[in-house]
Design a protein around this ligand. Structure first.
Ligand SMILES: Nc1ncnc2c1ncn2[C@@H]1O[C@H](COP(=O)(O)OP(=O)(O)OP(=O)(O)O)[C@@H](O)[C@H]1O
Length: 303
């Protein structure tokens, strides 16, 4: 028998997991797992629960929630030498990472991927001392508040990010930045930079067209100083995957990136506020084993 620890955020997104929990436990038991569950009680709790699960030596951790919960679980397990395999049941308002892995939003199907899917070792990133699995980014934002209002987010889901993204546009100002990536250096006025691991970022699925999940490389994207109007145009182009042709958009692959500025540049890590520059981003190649659907596995292994 193998052991599985479910770590779920009861407040996340649809908030319906609790009623389905018994069925998930049964489905896991039927497939040879001794399973137990931990409901998180506050921010940061999923990290502690994942640490404990690693210490105890569970074979499998199942993160149930949105990107925030997956990120917290990842941060609890990434420093351990012996890491459980990680499965995801997407229940959040925003499940960018799970959808990048083609994990179904329907609970039973997500559990089916966990028990019958494939194990794939996937790259994660570390920004200073924190891990991320999807995206890190930064820019100078003059607004006081950075967060999408959570009520709004709960009501209209991912759309809030677009609305907020568009609302934020006028508040983005260019700033002088130094970006060292592998053996290259860029210095100049930049609107924003993104460091991606997957191709599913803030609802844009064509932002990083050729993301590979296990090649040890980040996709680095930054936009040189342009007018707000032009930045809006670049965002529209990005939604169609046409932004890389824009002469102010830089795109490169790198595994070790350092970004610094004399200015206060805010950072975002997997959709949450992540401090300010300077920062170093290191790719930890194939660091965590995820349970993924066959289709995703085949695509990644044969492309
Ligand atoms: N019991 C809890 N009560 C309040 N917040 C919690 C609880 N458990 C976890 N959290 C916090 O909620 C954050 C968001 O969770 P998650 O990403 O799973 O859900 P979401 O629905 O996508 O996001 P959001 O709650 O921001 O809409 C987590 O990063 C965590 O810090």
């Amino acid at each position: 028998m193998k052991t599985a620890r479910i770590i779920y955020n009861p407040t996340s997104g649809r908030e319906t997991f609790k009623t389905g929990l018994a069925d998930v436990l049964i489905q896991l038991e039927k497939n040879g797992y001794i399973a137990s569950a931990h409901a998180t009680t506050k921010g940061g709790d999923a990290t502690k629960a994942a640490q404990t699960a690693c210490e105890i030596g569970f074979d499998l951790i199942i993160a149930v929630g949105g990107d925030g919960t997956v990120n917290e679980v990842l941060n609890g397990m990434a420093d351990f030498e012996e890491r459980p395999v990680l499965g995801i049941i997407p229940m959040g308002t925003v499940n960018d990472f799970a959808s990048a892995l083609y994990i179904d939003n329907e609970i039973e199907s997500a559990v089916d991927t966990i028990v019958n899917g494939r194990t794939m070792f996937i790259d994660i990133g570390k920004m200073n001392s924190k891990y991320f699995m999807n995206i890190a980014g930064g820019g100078k934002i003059t607004a006081v508040s950075y967060e999408a209002p959570s009520k709004l987010k709960a009501v209209i889901g991912t759309l809030a990010y677009y609305v907020k993204g568009i609302e934020l546009l006028p508040q983005i100002t260019s700033t002088n930045i130094r970006i060292e990536y592998d053996k290259n250096v860029f210095e100049g006025e930049v609107m924003l930079f993104l460091i991606g691991l997957t191709n599913s970022i803030g609802g844009f699925d064509k932002l990083v067209p050729d993301a590979k999940f296990n090649d040890g490389e980040f996709s680095l994207l930054f936009v040189e100083k342009v007018s707000i109007l032009e930045l809006g145009r670049i965002m529209t182009m990005a939604s169609r995957g046409e932004h890389l042709n824009h002469d102010k958009v830089h795109y490169a692959k790198a595994s070790d990136i350092r970004v610094s500025s004399y200015d206060d540049v805010q950072l975002n890590l997997d959709g949450e506020f992540g401090g300010v520059l300077p920062a170093r981003f290191v790719n930890y190649q194939q660091h965590v084993a995820f349970r993924v659907p066959e289709k995703f596995y085949e695509e990644q292994m044969h492309n």
